[in-house]
Design a protein. Structure first.
Length: 132
């Protein structure tokens, strides 16, 4: 879709407003895939425009892969990208779809056994192939 564009200088205020609207504050845990990309970009933009204080605290950033790994043998469920592509029509490397995939992966990791995941994969014709 064609979305209205904003000047990068407006980002800080827009992001602050969004965080306030959804009750993100300095005690909120922020989950992301990797702590060395999106959080670094947001921090850099804030500093570029003279803002030292982010709407969240840097010590509350968490990598979703750690949560997944606590329930799986790795930081991801094998062939999960293919599975969600077939089941839900998600496309890789789109911010919204990547966020949905990470949320689903966390959900499956915490609520499904390996046998249940294999069955779900079979239902959509995706092979479950663990590395180990």
């Amino acid at each position: 879709k064609n979305q209205p564009k904003h000047d990068l200088a407006e980002f800080v205020n827009i992001f602050d407003d969004y965080c306030r609207d959804v009750n993100i504050n300095r005690k909120t845990t922020i989950w992301c895939r990797g702590l060395d990309f999106d959080p670094v970009i947001v921090n850099s933009i804030y500093h570029q425009f003279g803002r030292e204080l982010l709407p969240y605290h840097h010590t509350r950033l968490r990598d979703i892969r750690t949560a997944i790994e606590s329930k799986q043998e790795d930081t991801y469920i094998p062939n999960f990208v293919e599975f969600v592509s077939e089941k839900y029509g998600l496309i890789s490397h789109g911010a919204l779809h990547d966020s949905i995939r990470d949320t689903l992966q966390l959900y499956y990791a915490y609520t499904k056994t390996e046998d249940e995941i294999k069955e779900l994969y079979d239902d959509v014709g995706v092979k479950y192939e663990p590395k180990y």
